[in-house]
Ligand binder design. Structure first.
Ligand code: CP
Length: 323
């Protein structure tokens, strides 16, 4: 594997899920693969789970790991070509990327949507420069549009906890005070549509996700109707993707105080098929989900986060095998 961005990059999902279980049985059995190999993890944005789980996965494989927080200690980076660099940015990404590539064997990058320009975000301007100029395999640790390590971990969790062959999985928008990217819901939709599940998306009008990720998905604007008979509820906020009104890209369309009935509570969970609750974390309690739901025995947020180590290890293992 040279790039990990989309669900297609992992190949057959049944094979990938079986490999995840093989990793769980003994995560230290491939230490020889990572000997004298270095993973460089580059963060343009904050992280708890991605940072720790990916570092742990690399160490499980016997790799050395370097973590760089670009905005804390590195030179401030210019990303645009043609700019006269007389401001506060001392180094250009076009030099920084090949230099970083020269110190490692694989690169993971986290760079969120900037919300300055929808086209730049949706063309993955930053990550594509890493693919083009690093000379190394690149895996996405949440980019402007996707978070595949999260979606793979979500799928592993659903597979482990499903009670029927083809469970109903509902992804619901939930309120949030800030403008959040669409990377998590985009990837979750992409992976669920490729998996053997009955997938439904529910959100208020105006939050339609980009068709490249949700084409073929059922969208139900009535949240209660969507929740009926659900086996899994996946909650997430996202800002306006700007599909129908590009001028609204990245905006929060409603005052969140008026949207609090979208917060996942016992009211909605009562009409599900005793659904399990999922969220990628970090989560704002009593905005996205109530205390009682996230603390209930049906909440899987902790095993879901633990599976981030497993999804990262499968991806790193595949990259090491292809070096
Ligand atoms: N879910 C997730 O990616 O968590 P972090 O932002 O803490 O890495």
């Amino acid at each position: 594997m040279k790039i990990f961005q989309h669900v297609q990059d992992i190949g057959d999902l049944r094979v990938a899920l079986a490999e995840a279980q093989e990793v769980k049985r003994d995560r230290y059995q491939w230490q020889h693969l990572g000997k004298n190999k270095t993973a460089l993890l580059i963060f343009f944005n904050n992280s708890l789970r991605t940072r720790l789980s990916t570092q742990k996965a690399a160490m499980n494989l016997g790799m050395n790991v370097i973590v760089l927080d670009v905005n804390q200690g590195a030179w401030k980076l210019e990303t645009e070509r043609g700019v006269i660099m007389d401001g506060d940015k001392s180094e250009h990404l076009l030099e920084a990327i090949p230099v970083m590539g020269s110190y490692c064997d694989v690169i993971g990058v986290r760079s969120f949507a900037r919300f300055e320009n929808r086209k730049d975000d949706y063309e993955e301007k930053i990550l594509n420069q890493f693919i083009k100029y690093s000379g190394r395999p690149v895996f996405f640790m949440e980019s402007a549009t996707v978070h595949p390590l999260q979606a793979f971990a979500d799928l592993i969790t659903i597979e482990e906890h499903k009670r029927s062959a083809r469970p109903k999985v509902v992804m619901t928008w939930a309120p949030h005070p800030k403008s959040l990217p669409q990377a998590v819901p985009n990837s979750f939709a992409e992976w669920m549509l490729a998996a053997d599940v009955d997938f439904v998306i529910t959100h208020p009008e105006g939050y339609e996700l980009d068709p490249q990720f949700v084409k073929g998905a059922r969208v139900e604007y009535d949240q209660m109707k969507a929740f009926e008979g659900a086996d899994f509820v996946y909650a997430k906020n996202w800002s306006c993707p700007g599909v129908t009104r590009p001028e609204d890209y990245g905006k929060v369309l409603h005052d969140y105080h008026t949207m609090m009935d979208w917060c996942v509570s016992a009211r909605q969970m009562a009409i599900t098929n005793d659904a399990a609750f999922l969220h990628c974390l970090p989560v704002r309690r009593n905005m996205i989900v109530t205390d009682d739901v996230i603390e209930s025995p049906r909440s899987l947020v902790i095993p879901e986060a633990a599976n981030r180590e497993i999804s990262a290890q499968v991806v790193l293992k595949r990259m090491l095998e292809a070096l």
